[in-house]
Design a protein around this ligand. Structure first.
Ligand SMILES: *Cc1c(COP(=O)(O)O)cnc(C)c1O
Length: 371
């Protein structure tokens, strides 16, 4: 099946008893036993498994072309479950511009439990130099946040395979509509479902999708069900509902993003546009090799520095100044302020999540804000 069909059907089934075409939400936390004490429905207690979560996990696995998925209550909970599944003392190699929430999680909660290095994962020499006997995972995030740097997934996988190291790819910015890391050899894909999967800025969620069922994946599933950072049946339902339109939303997001990036690149007050869909992107060749679409996240720097950047943000009317991404509404943020004092993000940089408004209105808004 093609991805549009998977998105609509793999997370839903007609209800056997009521014949409802849309799968009902099962709020019950507990499920009745059979006379012999068994659970023939497959459900026992909602932290372990719930019909809405099962459907969500099924559609997530199929969208990424994986064997199985595990849904979590947030992207950070998904990331944390990977870290918690590793033996104490395991070394992880992470990107130097890893999503700041996960970087902070490692530094704050896993100091002394795991070892980690933050490096330019796409730099082959740096990567080889940092691999140690206890390295268990190489973490990839591509395109990266907020500089939209690209990591060559196949190249990292080839290096990791030589040492029996697992590769985890945070695919939140790309979504499976733009990039499918498992097909490029990654072992596990991570998502913040809060972003494009949810798509309407109204729910939190996270996901892990594995290429193969193995012992490590079983450990991750144990962290999910014993740790209990699972999404509610309601959130699973809303995610399944949103995912049905994901393929068409992504088409719209990407179409708008391309036009917006082209507009910004020509604007005299813009210093630089960072968008994987522009031929001026320094890694445009890798983008074309591993992404089917360039996504809809971009950053740009303004001539005139921080003050200028903040002025533009405040003059925008349709773009809302807020963090996060992937919703139908366009968002803009002064990223350095969000990331705090130790940020390496340029102070004249604005990050944009391009929404689904009409492109003419988005361009007109930027035009008046930069006038
Ligand atoms: C938002 C985000 C996360 C964290 O997800 P939450 O749902 O906020 O916990 C992780 N990685 C990336 C790339 C993100 O954008």
């Amino acid at each position: 099946m093609k991805i549009e069909t998977i998105a609509i059907h793999a997370g839903n089934h007609t209800d056997a008893s009521s014949k409802a075409v849309v799968q009902p939400i099962v709020m019950s936390t507990t499920f009745e036993r059979d006379e012999d004490g068994g659970f023939s429905s497959g459900y026992q207690y909602s932290r372990s498994a719930n019909p809405n979560r099962a459907s969500l996990e099924n559609v997530l696995a199929q969208l990424e072309g994986g064997a199985e998925a595990a849904a979590f209550s947030s992207g950070n909970a998904a990331g944390m479950s990977v870290f918690q599944s590793l033996e104490p003392g395991t070394h992880i190699i992470c990107p130097d511009d890893m999503y700041h929430g996960l970087r902070n999680q490692l530094k704050t909660l896993f100091e002394g439990i795991l070892e980690f290095d933050f490096i330019d994962v796409n730099d082959e020499d740096a990567l080889n130099a940092h691999i140690k006997p206890n390295t268990g995972v190489i973490w990839i995030e591509t395109p990266s946040n907020p500089l939209l740097k690209i990591t060559d997934i196949k190249k990292v996988v080839a290096i990791a395979r030589g040492y029996n190291i697992k590769v985890v790819c945070d695919n939140t910015f790309a979504t499976p509509l733009c990039q499918q890391p498992l097909a490029l050899g990654a072992d596990v894909v991570m998502h913040s479902s809060t972003k494009y999967f949810g798509g309407h800025s109204d729910l939190m969620g996270g996901a892990l999708i594995t290429a193969q069922k193995n012992q490590w994946w079983e450990k991750i599933q144990n962290v999910q069900t014993m740790g209990g950072a699972v999404p509610s049946p309601m959130d699973c339902y809303y995610l399944v509902r949103s995912i049905k339109t994901l393929p068409y939303r992504m088409r719209g997001h990407v179409q708008n993003a391309l036009l917006l990036a082209q507009y910004l690149e020509k604007h005299p007050r813009v210093e630089r546009v960072m968008y994987p869909g522009l031929p001026s992107h320094p890694q445009f060749d890798i983008v074309n090799a591993q992404m089917s679409r360039p996504g809809a996240m971009m950053s740009f720097t303004l001539k005139g520095g921080e003050e200028e950047a903040k002025k533009v943000v405040n003059a925008l009317n349709i773009f809302t100044q807020a963090t996060s991404l992937g919703g139908v509404e366009s968002l803009v943020e002064h990223r350095a302020s969000v990331e705090g004092p130790d940020t390496k993000t340029p102070f004249n940089l604005l990050r944009v999540s391009v929404g689904l408004e009409h492109i003419d209105d988005l361009i007109a808004d930027l035009e008046q804000a930069m006038a």
